[in-house]
Design a protein around this ligand. Structure first.
Ligand SMILES: [Zn+2]
Length: 315
């Protein structure tokens, strides 16, 4: 069992120049210990039994598994994955039936989320006009269709669970779960991890997957790519200036997806990396290694250090 206890990193980005800056961002992220033995009911293998966390393990392949009554997919090799949303309840009942029946109450660690104030967000994205609302609805159909795709690829899932790499290396300017205020008004929480780097910085696949959405300019999220890792588990990459993949394309870890930008509802160049398991928002930082140190220095005047990532409702 490997434990990384109490490791705390702070990232602070102070205000910069121009409109569209994060006035004050003080983010504290806690790297939680990996719960290799998150349950005794099945062969637990890893993950984080916490809000925003993903856990996985194995059962006999002919078993059935539910979590709070929700059926979990048992893959051909017996792998079972479950994820917990930002505001997941503090307990959940795991039931395994089949050759080795078992049930157990899991205790989901709560988290505290930062408060972040974002100023200078273009008014049109805070209060969309009727024409923009029509566009947003059209784009939502594309997003829903991409999410509805079912990809049962145990090889992709196995590779993803073996470890993610960062899709871009740089200062972290936004973290999962923060409660955000846009131009003073409360908005949705932020669900991604933001890496602030200049426009044109390459974005690469953090793990293997199949592209299910590749759009150059969505209203909220700008240049957007979804990468499906299988069994309802996927990554999304937002606000890119360039999208260099197409739907259906299969990527290996490290393959280029596109380039960092500030497209959509964004106030500065950054990558917003998100993860979903089914309809739960997962914290990518719990699955990625610590950001390599030292992070690259930002070029003067790039504005990237002041980037922010207003949340986008859907990706
Ligand atoms: Zn973001």
């Amino acid at each position: 069992m490997q434990l990384q206890r109490g490791k705390i990193a702070s990232v602070a980005a102070e205000q910069g120049v121009g409109a569209g800056i994060v006035r004050r961002v003080i983010l504290t992220l806690i790297v939680l210990s990996t719960d290799v033995a998150w349950t005794s009911c099945l062969h637990a293998q890893g993950g984080h039994l916490t809000q925003g966390g993903l856990v996985w393990g194995r059962v006999a392949p002919d078993s059935q598994v539910t979590l709070d009554g929700e059926a979990l997919t048992v893959q051909v090799d017996g792998t079972v994955v479950a994820g917990f949303g930002r505001d997941a309840a503090s307990s959940a009942e795991l039931v395994v039936s089949g050759a080795m029946p078992c049930h157990q109450i899991l205790h989901i660690r709560p988290r505290e989320y930062a408060v972040q104030r974002v100023e200078g967000v273009p008014r049109k994205t805070v209060r969309p006009s009727p024409e923009h609302m029509a566009r947003i609805r059209r784009e939502q159909i594309l997003i829903n269709a991409a999410r509805a795709r079912r990809l049962d690829r145990p090889d992709l899932m196995t590779a993803a669970l073996a470890g993610f790499q960062w899709p871009a290396i740089g200062p972290i300017s936004g973290v999962y779960g923060s409660q955000r205020y846009y131009n003073g008004s409360p908005g949705r929480p932020h669900y991604g991890v933001d890496v602030a780097m200049p426009t044109g910085t390459p974005v690469v696949a953090p793990a293997p997957g199949v592209v299910t959405l590749a759009e150059p300019d969505l209203f909220y999220s700008g240049g957007t790519v979804f990468l499906d890792h299988g069994y309802g588990f996927s990554s999304a990459f937002l606000h890119m200036s360039q999208v260099e993949v197409t739907v259906g394309q299969e990527l290996a870890a490290g393959d280029k997806i596109g380039e960092i930008g500030s497209t959509g509802r964004s106030t500065g160049a950054h990558l917003d990396w998100r993860m979903n398991w089914r309809d739960r928002r997962i914290d990518p930082q719990l699955l990625a290694p610590p950001m390599p140190e030292p992070v690259p220095t930002l070029s003067a005047g790039s504005g990237a250090a002041e980037s922010s990532a207003p949340d986008v409702p859907n990706p």
